[in-house]
Design a binder for this molecule. Structure first.
Ligand code: IPE
Ligand code: IPE
Ligand code: MG
Length: 271
């Protein structure tokens, strides 16, 4: 049995200083969600095949998971495979599924050792049986952990999520368990795959694309967005810290007036 110490350590004093600075400067987002994009272009820019980029992306997942746990993020959701990604060439899809199985085998003990709970969202029935089994085992092993929840969005899309919630809610209405008038914002949130998680405070997208690509459509209503040109395999903790710093310098108004605006100013009459 491998008895290596797998606990997360301080990578450098410089890194620790950056984390402490951000913790002191402002609020650390409770939930960060990441659209991990650009693996194929990263590989192409190196004259290599796309799967090489996906493999390199696993190192970024490891570093970002560790940094988020260390800095105090409570929920990290990673968009790993979308509903639409099933439409990619067969060879790429099966290579991605194999990579998922291998990564779960390699990384789960380390997650467990560091008190991280693994969960997933998405249409898991579509995953190959070995993937499903490996995922179930990892979830079961880490179910009691509480430092941070790492959520893998697999075979996931926001529209799928909304559809499955609508189906469950309509069934409840049909069976008389629920009245149509009882359908509220909170009730819908409670039927989404992310039920029980706070909405993402910050959504990061790598590779310079300014779109959500069917990710957390309902949950992102008031998320702050951060787009970086960096391809996912090059995205490491220093860029994560830049995203958190940018988040800390924003004012989240949720449709209200700026918090520093006093009552007199906001109630100036139009005459
Ligand atoms: C993201 O990288 C990984 C998945 C969507 C599975 P891509 O494979 O989309 O890489 P690009 O966007 O083509 O460079
Ligand atoms: C979004 O990336 C999905 C994941 C990161 C898993 P895509 O590469 O699939 O998105 P588009 O095609 O650029 O919108
Ligand atoms: Mg892409």
């Amino acid at each position: 049995m491998n008895t290596a110490d797998l606990s997360y350590k301080v990578t450098s004093t410089e890194d620790e200083d950056k984390q402490t600075f951000l913790q002191k400067q402002g609020e650390i987002p409770k939930h960060i969600a990441v659209i991990m994009d650009g693996n194929g272009r990263w590989a192409k820019s190196r004259g290599s095949v796309r799967i090489f980029g996906h493999k390199a992306g696993v190192d970024s997942v490891r570093d970002i998971t560790e940094a988020c746990a260390q800095i105090g993020v409570k929920h990290l959701t990673l968009y790993a495979f979308s509903t639409e990604n099933w439409g990619r060439p067969k060879g790429e899809v099966s290579a991605l599924m194999r990579l998922l199985v291998q990564s779960l085998r390699d990384e789960t003990r380390k997650l467990d050792e560091n008190d991280i709970r693994l969960v997933s969202i998405g249409e898991l029935d579509r995953l190959p049986p070995t993937c499903r089994q490996e995922l179930e085992d990892a979830k079961e092993l880490t179910a009691g952990n509480s430092r941070m929840t790492l959520c893998l969005a697999l075979s996931y899309s926001g529209r799928w999520d909304i559809c499955q919630a609508v189906k469950t809610i309509s069934q409840k209405v049909k069976e008389g368990e629920l009245l149509p008038d009882e359908i509220s914002d909170e009730l819908i949130s409670g039927h989404l795959a992310t039920s029980g998680f706070p909405d993402p405070d910050l959504i990061i997208r790598t590779s310079g694309e300014y779109r959500l690509s069917n990710f957390l459509l309902w949950q992102s209503a008031y998320s702050e967005l951060f787009v970086t040109d960096i391809y996912w395999p090059d995205f490491r903790r220093d860029e994560l810290y830049r995203a958190i710093e940018s988040y800390q310098n924003r004012e989240r108004r949720f449709g209200k007036v700026p918090s520093r605006m006093d009552v007199d100013e906001s109630s100036v009459a139009l005459h």
